[in-house]
Design a protein around this ligand. Structure first.
Ligand code: G6P
Length: 458
């Protein structure tokens, strides 16, 4: 891919690799993000990343012509972006693929939905037009996720010469659930993605669900090839980063907060409805109730970082997480034991410190495209850690054999799984943890990205 004849590579995603904040003195501060795409793209020389301006700082950067090489930020009208991102992407498409609706009362597809859908189309069109402008003849374009499902189809019309891929980082809904969408909208989403030469997913299960929807709704996937690429943890980065001084400092603080000789059950998530944090807390409460021998001997270290706080349902969920954690602490806590250590302020170094300390990692999503926490903890862990893992996480396909697997709705079974994980014999835990780490790192981000590119161009 880095040879002289390699084509130019374009990536399109809602959130880009850099963000700007406006300082009080009027200057702009830039911050680079991480993640699979950032490391994946580092292996490619001739590239452009097209993304949306997400904040006032980002918009100001676009207006001032401030940018990073290889990044094109689109200043889409703020209300159009809000309708597309909050209204359609996060409140409709995310809900459909994660099966989050309370179906007796939602969803309701009315005139307001149609208005927001028009914004989603405009937002997708802005991306398609920018990509058409940036692309050389025969460039490869990799379009990311549920925010941009219409881009492949729109771009194909503008530039039939391009090689276009689409990658879904989420689960894909089974057809009966996908059919909650209005018929014309469901068809538009599928046709949009099928505008790509290749549509790829994190697991076979999500790819099959997509094929199922195309078959039932459209009669097939047409000429589009379907692929599976399971993103792994970035072992080199994680092992190096988790040994830095700021992580050691946070470990010392956490150790003190947990208390001498106690075991830890660790979870780290965005405060996201699909992550099932509240049922995780109920399972922990059930453990303390059913097996009182664990009282004073275990701490649930739960990091739940703010996410999508523009949406009421996310703010309510955040409040519920805090309420349940406080209730458990009020019921069972003692003078020198806080049963739940909940932190809500995002701190990557502290997350790595918790990974290193973990005796048990709890990853119990309702549905999840992959879930990288399940893969990262065994890689970073100091003394091997047991993994309680939902069978509805994409990571289950690769880690299921060495994890303790749970139905995420079954609180009692999750409590029992926590007990089993806490009592797992030390040798067995080390052996399983090593196998989990090996499986978790089998497809590092650069390889994951280059495989997709090869498959698209091949
Ligand atoms: C998670 C999902 C991705 C999605 C991202 C958006 O990481 O796995 O599929 O693109 O969230 O998050 P944001 O904070 O940009 O809404």
């Amino acid at each position: 891919m880095v040879s002289e004849h390699a084509p130019k590579v374009l990536v399109a995603s809602n959130r880009g690799p850099v963000s700007y904040t406006l300082r009080e003195d009027g200057s702009l501060d830039s911050k680079r993000g991480g993640g699979g795409l950032v490391s994946g793209l580092s292996a490619v020389e001739d590239k452009v990343w097209v993304c949306a301006a997400l904040s006032d700082g980002d918009r100001e950067a676009v207006r001032r012509g401030v940018s990073e090489p290889g990044v094109r930020m689109l200043d889409i009208d703020a209300s159009v972006h809000a309708d597309a991102y909050n209204g359609i992407a996060n409140s409709v498409l995310w809900f459909v693929h994660h099966m989050l609706y309370q179906t007796p009362v939602e969803p309701v597809f009315d005139a307001e939905f149609r208005r927001q859908w028009a914004s989603y189309e405009a937002y997708n069109r802005a991306f398609a037009e920018a990509l058409a402008e940036e692309a050389d003849p025969d460039s490869a374009v990799l379009v990311q996720d549920y925010h941009l499902t219409l881009v492949p189809g729109m771009l194909r019309e503008l530039r039939p010469d391009l090689r276009i891929g689409h990658f879904s980082h989420t689960p894909w809904a089974p057809v009966d659930y996908f059919r909650l969408l209005p018929d014309d909208i469901g068809r538009q989403v599928l046709h949009g993605i099928l505008g790509a030469d290749r549509a790829a997913f994190l697991t076979r299960r999500w790819a099959d669900a997509f094929i199922g929807c195309c078959t039932e709704v459209l009669g097939g996937t047409g000429r589009t090839r379907i692929g599976v690429h399971g993103l792994g943890a970035d072992a080199d980065f994680l092992r190096r980063r988790s040994r830095e001084a700021d992580v050691d400092e946070r470990m010392a603080t956490l150790r003190e907060q947990v208390g001498e000789g106690r075991k830890t059950i660790v979870r780290v998530d965005r405060t996201e409805l699909s992550k099932n944090i509240v049922r995780g807390l109920h399972a922990y409460r059930a453990l303390l109730e059913e097996r009182p021998e664990w009282r004073e001997r275990v701490v649930h270290v739960a990091f739940a970082y703010p996410s999508r706080q523009d949406l009421t349902v996310y703010r309510d969920y955040t409040a519920e997480v805090q309420r349940v954690a406080e209730d458990i602490n009020a019921t069972y806590g003692t003078a020198d034991w806080t049963p739940v250590l909940l932190h809500v302020d995002d701190d990557f170094a502290r997350s790595l410190a918790a990974y290193r300390l973990a005796d048990v990692a709890l990853v119990n999503p309702i549905r999840d495209g992959m879930n990288l926490v399940a893969k990262e903890v065994p890689v970073v862990s100091d003394h091997g850690c047991a993994l309680v893992l939902s069978r509805e996480a994409g990571a289950y396909e690769e880690l299921g054999e060495d994890a303790i697997v749970v139905n995420p709705y079954d609180v009692s079974a999750t409590a029992e799984a926590l007990h089993e994980a806490l009592t797992m014999d030390g040798d067995e835990r080390s052996v399983r943890s090593e196998r989990l780490a090996a499986a978790a790192t089998s497809l590092p981000p650069q390889q994951w990205f280059l495989d997709q590119l090869d498959a698209l161009l091949g």
